[in-house]
Design a protein around this ligand. Structure first.
Ligand SMILES: [Zn+2]
Ligand SMILES: [Zn+2]
Length: 229
């Protein structure tokens, strides 16, 4: 493995994250709040995503003044990407967090999401987002990556797959939507060749009712089932 890649990987393991966080906390956290701040880090000590977020927060404090993380709240989640709010001594800040990394998006009150992100998480408007993000929110909890996410497109249990995901089940025949011939039958064509046909098929599919991801669609789950028989 090339040096840089190895270095990056090591820097994101739980042990390195905890070390980086504690080092930054020595400079960032007011003495009187240290115990509370330590408690939160401890609560998430096995959760890589939460630790990546805490490292980002403590390394680049939003207000560039002493501060501490009180709570991590979940605003939204889609396909393994979390929209989280970090409640600190000074305010509530929005972060986009996934395996790929952490992105700071400013103070919740400022409605700091791009149009692309508003769309992705299904908000009608900035106000719609601000209302949710400033309201009462549940504490962030890690997903059980092995069970709850589609192994291919990372849709969570109950969410729709990305269109084209091989795990999605066909609502007409119960087979795999990318392999059966229902899409061609529905459109009355031999193959889907244009963007317009794809959009038309998506509309017909949504009208019929798409089948969201659930853990029993996982190939490994199906194997276990048949082994037991
Ligand atoms: Zn999927
Ligand atoms: Zn089918």
């Amino acid at each position: 493995m090339p040096f840089l890649e190895r270095h990056m990987r090591e820097a994101n393991d739980v042990k390195s994250l905890l070390r980086d966080i504690r080092r930054a906390m020595d400079y960032a956290v007011p003495e009187a709040q240290r115990a509370g701040a330590d408690d939160l880090v401890d609560q998430y000590r096995d959760d890589r995503l939460a630790l990546m977020l805490l490292r980002e927060f403590y390394s680049f404090l939003p207000e560039a003044a002493e501060d501490w993380a009180r709570e991590i709240l979940r605003i939204d989640r889609r396909q393994g990407i979390f929209l989280l709010a970090l409640a600190s001594g000074s305010g509530r800040y929005v972060y986009l967090v996934s395996d790929e990394g952490v992105e700071f998006h400013g103070d919740v009150k400022d409605g700091c999401l791009t149009d692309e992100l508003l769309d992705f998480f299904g908000y009608e408007s900035v106000d719609d987002f601000v209302r949710k993000a400033t309201g009462e929110l549940p504490n962030y909890e890690a997903l059980n990556q092995d069970e709850e996410l589609c192994p291919v497109c990372h849709a969570a249990s109950g969410e729709y797959h990305e269109l084209g995901c091989v795990v999605e089940i066909c609502p007409w025949c119960g087979g795999q939507l990318v392999h059966c011939s229902c899409r061609h039958d529905q459109l009355g064509v031999d193959s889907i060749e244009t963007e317009a046909q794809l959009l038309e098929f998506e509309a017909i599919l949504e009208e019929r009712g798409r089948i969201p991801y659930s853990p029993e669609q996982r190939p490994s789950f199906l194997q276990h089932e048949s082994e037991e028989e």
